[in-house]
Write a protein that binds this ligand. Structure first.
Ligand SMILES: *[C@@H]1O[C@H](CO)[C@@H](O)[C@H](O)[C@H]1NC(C)=O
Ligand SMILES: *[C@@H]1O[C@H](CO)[C@@H](O)[C@H](O)[C@H]1NC(C)=O
Ligand SMILES: *[C@@H]1O[C@H](CO)[C@@H](O)[C@H](O)[C@H]1NC(C)=O
Length: 424
């Protein structure tokens, strides 16, 4: 682009941003805090026509991604439609004006790989959550790798853009390939890498909540609800519900709960039954053999489980910082059931006395913008379910772990094992 054209584009987009600021839906002083940097410096970056062979995105598409991430009102890239979070419910979570808070209160952790179309929604919701929670008391840790689609370029520009607004730890273009053999130990390594900054400064994090998110289409209110339920229920860990499929030609084609390989109810069983024919025809019958959880799920109230992940979690940082719990693969040599690293994480949490683990059925997620929009239409927005429950339905009795938990290395091999097998 010739310089004059660039200058005009810069001026026009500057004007648009000024107009945005004027018509911001909440008083800028309250929401933006000291975060004014997003406006000018995006456009200050010189566009010099050089062509780094390692980049796949143009400067301007990187910048429109950055604008979309930093401003939830931006509509020029596809994103999940999200309501403004209700601060009457979540305002108390803010650490902004609380001088008694030392160190980091909220640690956001992500492993991202090749998920460019999700970034405006996912990172946009995180940035908005950080804005509301108090940027000085938040940290954002992202480990990225193997993203030919330009995810790393957007993240690199975002890290520059965020500057010291909040604490950032970005590891870009690491080459651990999670899709190679022995998947779970590798995924565990990647997750630990995202948590590593906490271990380097443990005294900063002993009272923090970790918000660990997969590549999900998530709203700010979903994130805040997971944190709120962790505080309100005095839970060690809260999880969303994630879904796959549905919306096909057949009206019986309904979304199925997705993370069935990992998740276990408080009775130790899978969330739905996988029959010997390995079909998911029983997927609509969640918690089929646990009446209490079934009733709570039906009313969209949180319920205790043995293990969950479901695309988005909030958990206490304490056992991680104390090096009691980390992500790991199964201890196969000692005969531990082969399972995913999130299930092992929950198992180890229980072992360390952190078994207040609950799913939050009002938070429903999918893995793309389009499917995320569909799932919000079918399952409802979080705020739709929480509007009349203030601040929520308490889990009255936290139970001890089940004696046995279903071991399911593959869907066709299901046995029962002591919940704490091979732990000493
Ligand atoms: C930059 O690289 C792209 C893709 O390889 C190419 O299409 C484009 O012409 C290059 N631009 C410049 C200024 O060299
Ligand atoms: C720890 O966090 C809780 C809320 O999450 C807060 O009430 C408490 O004061 C904090 N303690 C310290 C020492 O910061
Ligand atoms: C496992 O937990 C049960 C209680 O649920 C306990 O009786 C048993 O001693 C534990 N075993 C190990 C190896 O910790």
């Amino acid at each position: 682009m010739p310089r004059r054209k660039v200058a005009i584009v810069v001026q026009v987009s500057g004007l648009i941003l000024v107009i945005f600021t004027l018509f911001w839906r909440t008083p800028p002083g309250e929401l933006l805090g000291n975060f004014h940097r997003w406006n000018p410096s995006v456009t200050e970056t010189p566009i010099d026509g050089t062509n780094d062979s390692s980049t796949v995105l143009s400067q301007s598409s990187v910048q429109s991604q950055i604008r979309a991430i930093l401003d939830p009102e931006t509509r020029d890239v596809p994103r999940l439609k999200c309501p403004s979070p209700r601060m009457s419910r979540y305002g108390y979570l803010s650490a902004k004006d609380d001088r008694s808070v030392k160190g980091v209160r909220y640690f956001f952790a992500l492993n991202l790989r090749n998920c460019l179309p999700l970034l405006p929604t996912l990172l946009g919701s995180i940035v908005e959550a950080i804005r509301l929670l108090g940027p000085k008391h938040c940290a954002l840790s992202i480990v990225e790798g193997n993203s030919p689609d330009g995810t790393a370029e957007v993240l690199s520009a975002l890290e520059r853009e965020l500057g010291d607004w909040t604490t950032t730890h970005f590891v870009l273009s690491n080459d651990l390939d999670p899709l190679q053999q022995d998947r779970f130990p590798r995924l565990a390594q990647l997750r630990n890498m995202a948590l590593a900054p906490m271990l380097q400064a443990p005294d900063q994090y002993d009272n923090a909540t970790v918000i660990f998110l997969n590549d999900v289409a998530i709203c700010t209110e979903d994130i805040l609800e997971l944190i709120h339920q962790r505080v309100f229920q005095e839970a060690d860990m809260t999880c969303a519900m994630d879904w796959i499929g549905g919306g096909g030609e057949n009206e019986n084609d309904k979304p199925a709960f997705y993370d069935v390989y990992i998740a276990r109810g408080i009775n130790g069983d899978t969330f739905f039954e996988i029959p010997p024919d390995l079909s998911w025809r029983l997927a609509q019958n969640l918690f089929w053999n646990d009446a209490v959880s079934q009733a709570r799920l039906r009313n969209y109230h949180p319920t205790q489980v043995f293990a969950c992940w479901n695309g988005a979690v909030a958990f206490t940082a304490a056992p991680v910082v104390k090096r009691q719990v980390s992500f790991r693969g199964s201890n196969i040599e000692n005969g531990e059931c082969h399972q995913g690293e999130p299930e092992l994480f929950c198992k180890d949490m229980w072992y360390r006395g952190h078994g207040r683990i609950a799913v939050v059925p009002s938070v429903n997620l999918e893995y793309s913008v389009e499917k995320g929009q569909y799932i919000k239409a079918v399952k409802g927005y979080t705020s739709g379910w929480t509007a009349n429950t203030s601040p929520g339905e308490r889990i009255e009795a936290w139970l001890p772990p089940p004696d046995n938990v279903k071991c399911m290395p593959t869907f066709d091999r299901q046995t029962w094992r002591p919940w704490n097998e091979t732990l000493e």
